[in-house]
Design a protein. Sequence first.
Length: 62
Amino acid sequence: MAERFTFKVDYAPNGMPIVNEEEMFDYIAYCTDLDVEKVKAVDEAMTAYLTKLGLAGEHEAP
């Protein structure tokens, strides 16, 4: 039986989730069989792309 991997998610007063980045990267690596460095590289690439499009940053929950 596979072990379960969990991490805690807190919520800001506006309803947005607050997640520890390191725990999130570990979880994604666990679920995808990728190593954490590859997950971080994808995150950095997506952040750079969204920044280029002007879509990166803090956003309010609807």
